[in-house]
Every structure is written in C-alpha cells, then in structure tokens.
Ligand binder design. Sequence first.
Ligand SMILES: Cc1cc2nc3c(=O)[nH]c(=O)nc-3n(C[C@H](O)[C@H](O)[C@H](O)COP(=O)(O)OP(=O)(O)OC[C@H]3O[C@@H](n4cnc5c(N)ncnc54)[C@H](O)[C@@H]3O)c2cc1C
Ligand code: FES
Length: 268
Amino acid sequence: MPYRVATVEEVRNLTRDIKMYTLSINETFNSDPGQYVMVWVPGVGEIPISLSLVDGETFCLVIARKGKVTSYIHENIKEGDKLYLRGPYGNGFKLQGGKALIVGGGYGVAPLLFLARELARRYVRSDVVLGFRSKEHAILISEFEEYADRLVVSTDDGSLGVRGTAVDVARQLVDRNIYATLYTCGKEQMMYKLVELALNRGIKTQASLERLIKCGIGICGSCVLEPLGLRVCRDGPVFDGETLLKTVDFGRFWHDSTGKPIPIEEVK
Ligand SMILES: Cc1cc2nc3c(=O)[nH]c(=O)nc-3n(C[C@H](O)[C@H](O)[C@H](O)COP(=O)(O)OP(=O)(O)OC[C@H]3O[C@@H](n4cnc5c(N)ncnc54)[C@H](O)[C@@H]3O)c2cc1C
Ligand code: FES
C-alpha cells in the first residue's frame, strides 16, 4: 500500500506526555474503530498508532511520548506539517448489539473513543470506565461523556473519580448483569483480568493488543501470538477473549525484535 500524506490541522496537549493530532487527508478515510495506521517519519522511523476518531477526510491520533519516534513527533511535528501514513490496517472491534461495557486504561482509551461513538451512532448503549494513574494522566473524559450512558473514571491514587483500578470498577458493574459485550484496550495485565472476569459471567469480550509491529501486513512475524501463530498486525489488533486465552502470550509475554519472549510486566 502506498504512503499517504496527511496534514496536521491541530495539535492539542492532553497531558504532559500525551498529545492529540488532528490530521486531514485528500480522500475519504474508510476505517473501523480499533484499526491503526503506520506513521512514518522519514529519517526517524515508523510506528503503529490507533485511529481515535475518523470523520471523512479528517482523523485524530493520540500519541504518548515513549521513545525515539513518539518523542520526535512530540517535539517537532506542528500544525501545517506533514505525516506519512500506511493503512488503515488490521481487524478492529466488531460492533455487537446489546448493552456494552467499555473499559480503557491510559492512552489505551484512545481507540475506544472511536468505538464509543460508532456504537452510539448505531443506538447501542454503553457504559464506559476509564482508568488512569492520577488526575494528571487523565485524558478524553469530556469526549467520552458525549457517547456514554454512564461514565466512571478511576485513578490509582484517588485524585480524580473513584480510587482504584478500572478492573475494580468493572467488577462492580458486571455484577449488574446487564452487559452483552465488554470491549477493552490498555495495559495487558488489566485486559487479562477483564477478559477472565467477563467470560466467567458469560459476557463476550474483545480486547485490542499491542505488539512489536514492523511490517503491518502479516509477513515479518514480529507480532506473533504463540502457539496459535496469530499476527497482531493483521489478525488483530482486536481479538475475542476466548481466542486470547488459548495463547500463552496474552497477559504474559511480549516478543522483542529477535523474537525473544519478555515478561509483559518488564515491557516499558
Ligand atoms: C496496534 C497498535 C496501536 C497503537 N496505538 C497507539 C496509540 O494510539 N497511541 C500511542 O501513543 N501508542 C500506540 N501504540 C504504541 C506505539 O506504537 C509505541 O509506543 C511506539 O511504537 C513507540 O515508538 P518509539 O519509537 O517512540 O519508542 P521506541 O524507542 O522504539 O521504544 C519504546 C517502547 O515502545 C514499544 N514499541 C517500539 N516500537 C514499537 C512498534 N513498532 N510497535 C509497537 N510497540 C513498539 C516497545 O515496547 C518499546 O520498548 C500502538 C501500538 C500498536 C501495536
Ligand atoms: S508486524 Fe509483520 S507480521 Fe505482524
């Protein structure tokens, strides 16, 4: 797929280390919530970033400063600049009927905003739980308020919303027995607990995973989930919970660029 050139229309600081970029492109951007684009910065590198909202020729990316490419973008890409993109790629969330519970953590809430809007557009009602480390790390709350029936924010230190984790809040909500599907994106240990919790209660789950994505089109093998051989770039990044629990990697291992498994809690 050839690269497309997108123009940065707006840059918004969401927190000290997270920015939202609104971009425009000269064609309609057909995509589903949960899909991602490969963002290429010539001379710096190429990284996968989820679409956090798409409207015709305009779309938003929420980018957290983590390392080489993300720091370069934060420090150098301004309104009027260009970014090169491949995609959208991957399989996104499958929109189901029945009431939804959406649970996100950290910058993982970004693709869930697109999902919440698409569910609302199809008249599927959703409750949303957003978990952050503290008030300083909280993002996109007023945006989610537009689409959620009920929005609960949790912080580890209690500086905003409920004190505790998003899993603590979700545990109480699923006891109400009203949800057909739980959608999640965020830290994998969080998603693992949510998938177990939901499946035990007979609720379908879909979780969006991160792995080292290089090619984005299923040929390099760097994003594989063992032993099923699923590729996060192409078969995912969104998978259903039953499938994920059949892998040894979900919630446990990430593979580095040499293929070596790394315990997930050690991944930065
Ligand atoms: C499907 C998908 C969607 C994503 N969506 C978002 C998003 O919406 N917003 C956001 O801020 N981040 C998102 N990420 C994570 C983002 O791609 C990485 O944080 C980014 O690649 C780090 O690049 P870097 O050069 O700044 O960091 P580096 O200096 O290269 O490394 C820092 C850490 O980032 C991770 N990383 C590095 N390269 C990759 C890569 N190619 N693929 C995945 N992880 C990598 C590794 O854990 C590494 O230890 C997504 C990742 C995937 C797989
Ligand atoms: S990134 Fe190459 S196979 Fe998935």
